[in-house]
Design a protein around this ligand. Structure first.
Ligand code: PFF
Length: 462
């Protein structure tokens, strides 16, 4: 299949040109750094800046953070490594790779994971559209306002407006499709080498301002001090789902990136790096938003609009706030696009690989299907806000099912597949690595901790 690091025209991208033993003919990342940055480009996106702060806000601050970090450091790293291994061993994308290694039945796990990527993309583009609109508002300066009440009203009016929200979603989705159609993902990822650190630096700058707002320290304490009495089954489920979402796990994404790894790449170190960058992005976003939420008196459980309501108010209180707002939303849009591309490409590649579609029609089909599937999610902030299924809006339900149920389910299958079914082969990816002690630990994480954590959390919740 063709995927991010190489152009679709490159011969090594066709499945026929790859071999199941590692794909001698398959193009590889120029360097491990290239791989880590590309995988981190998929991981770092709206999950950190948009989702993480509001979910922490809804689930009690420090205790949630502790559970989230616990998930990332254990099953997060183990599953990143497991997905990379499946890609590395086969040089293929998830469905083909599972078929090659495990037979037809396992290919179904890959198909479901690919469908999940599509479903995630469908609501991801809604929020991507918000980023586009806020970038435009940053250019005109209309986004800067001290008055958080006004910001709440403006956010609600925009997301409730069907034309505005569908149009901005369409623009974001269109940009994603153009990048995939043109096969310029490689260039985009190279740019990520500079733009991701730029986003991190800008977040540090905004944090410096946010922390000096009067009343901000209460937010810092709330974010960093765990109060374990706040933990319910629901909190555990959200933390688990967010760990999967923020690391791009359980939907086959990392398999694809791993398929381009050179033979001598150190996988364990790469997994730790990707996990560190994604977690760091989340923590920085938390430190940027939550103290300001307390300083401005916004309720921390305000929901999905939290980042979009809070950031403009911080910018309004910063020197050069106008320029910083533009830079911030531009970098956020870039981060969101690299993640959206990583969701879009495997869905298009699925049509190309499995049904021999041409790239152009495949991209167009994914564009149209995502728009149609995403439109109800966009409308659920306005005209369809009363439509409730299982007590949730359409947007919330799509988010809940894909992130909290299907991603962990996909991760669980991969964990068992790697830890039990292909273990003798899988463990060889750590041959020659200095971290030999990690080999048995990895297996325990895959076969014991991951199933216990996922089933335990589901059991607590349902
Ligand atoms: N990790 C991305 C983010 O946090 O924005 C979202 C994502 C991308 C999830 C790719 C899953 C995925 F396969």
């Amino acid at each position: 299949m063709s995927h991010l690091p190489i152009s679709p025209a490159a011969p090594a991208t066709s499945p026929a040109a790859t071999d199941a033993s590692g794909g001698a003919s398959r193009a590889t990342w120029g360097s491990r750094l290239g791989f880590v940055l590309a995988a981190a480009g998929s991981a770092v996106g709206l999950g950190a800046v948009w989702k993480f702060p509001y979910v922490v806000g809804q689930h009690g601050g420090g205790a949630f953070l502790a559970v989230y970090l616990g998930c990332v450091l254990t099953l997060g790293v183990a599953l990143l490594l497991a997905e990379m291994t499946v890609g590395r061993l086969t040089g293929q994308s998830i469905t083909t790779a599972l078929h090659t290694l495990g037979g037809r039945a396992w290919a179904w796990v890959g198909r479901i994971a690919t469908f999940n990527a599509f479903a995630i993309l469908s609501f991801y583009v809604v929020v991507g559209g918000w980023t586009v609109t806020y970038l435009m508002r940053a250019f005109t300066g209309s986004v800067l306002a001290n008055d958080t009440q006004r910001l709440v009203t403006e956010f609600s009016a925009f997301t409730a407006n069907p034309v505005a929200s569908l149009a901005s979603m369409g623009v974001f989705l269109g940009l994603t499709a153009l990048i995939v159609a043109a096969g310029v993902q490689k260039g985009i990822e190279r740019a990520g080498k500079w733009l991701m650190p730029a986003l991190f630096l800008l977040m540090l700058l905004v944090i410096a301002r946010a922390l000096t707002l009067p009343g901000a320290m209460a937010g810092v304490a709330w974010f960093l001090t765990p109060d374990f009495s706040m933990i319910s089954g629901d909190t555990l489920l959200e933390a688990l789902g967010l760990a999967f979402f923020s690391l791009s796990l359980g939907a086959g994404m990392i398999v694809v990136y791993g398929s381009y790894l050179p033979r001598d790449a150190r996988l364990a170190g790469s997994a730790v790096w990707v996990a560190t960058l994604a977690t760091l992005a989340c923590c920085l976003a938390g430190l940027m938003i939550l103290p300001a939420v307390f300083a401005f008196g916004v309720p921390p459980d305000a929901g999905p609009g939290l980042t979009f309501i809070t950031m403009p108010a911080i910018f309004a209180q910063m020197p050069f706030g106008h320029a910083i707002a533009i830079a911030f939303f531009l970098l956020l849009l870039f981060a969101a696009l690299t993640s959206a591309v990583s969701l879009f490409e495997p869905v298009a590649a699925f049509l190309i690989d499995e049904y021999q579609w041409q790239r152009g029609p495949a991209v167009l089909a994914v564009f149209v299907a995502t728009f149609l599937f995403g439109a109800p999610a966009a409308l659920s902030f306005g005209v369809w806000s009363d439509v409730r299924l299982f007590d949730r809006t359409i947007f919330d339900l799509m988010d809940y099912v894909t992130v909290n149920l299907l991603m962990p389910a996909g991760g669980l299958c991969i964990a068992i597949f790697v830890g039990a079914f292909i273990w003798p082969k899988a463990r060889t990816v750590l041959d020659g690595s200095r971290a030999q002690w990690f080999v048995p630990v990895w297996r325990v994480l895959l076969l014991v901790l991951t199933p216990i954590a996922i089933f335990g959390v589901w059991y607590q919740t349902f």
